[in-house]
Design a protein around this ligand. Structure first.
Ligand code: DGP
Length: 111
């Protein structure tokens, strides 16, 4: 499967991995939108949030736990966790991922 995140997960493509466990890998985003911009990605290839099934509930929970561990590791009490689903929402890589953004103030509502 030609998926850039699968290639990062299996080591075919280099990335700066900041966190890893049995379920997820987290690495720095190539085009950072904040001083800290980390992508939290499940090791299982799931194209979009609409493709998640009940059997994936553990994985989705592990993503949130990874966000907490990353916040603790880098000492952030304020951060944003964003997942884009579908092209019009801004999804460009079709392997689900959560953007962990920190290190500046963020506007709400988002643009
Ligand atoms: P999204 O647009 O929500 O699908 O986010 C995809 C993100 O993935 C985008 O912020 C850029 C990042 N990205 C794309 N290709 C690579 C890559 O090869 N390495 C890394 N580290 N990030 C990538």
């Amino acid at each position: 499967m030609d998926c850039i995140f699968c290639k990062i997960i299996n080591g075919e493509v280099r990335s700066n991995i900041v966190y890893e466990d049995d379920y997820v890998v987290a690495f720095n985003d190539l085009n950072p939108m904040a001083p800290t911009h980390i992508l939290i990605v499940p090791k299982k290839h799931i194209a979009t949030i609409l493709d998640i099934s009940d059997a994936d509930a553990d994985i989705i929970g592990k993503i949130n736990l990874a966000a907490k561990k990353i916040a603790e590791k880098f000492k952030f009490e304020d951060f944003r966790l964003v997942a884009n689903c579908g092209k019009d929402a801004g999804q460009s890589v079709f392997h689900i991922h959560y953007h962990f953004l920190a290190g500046r103030r963020f506007a709400w509502p988002p643009g």
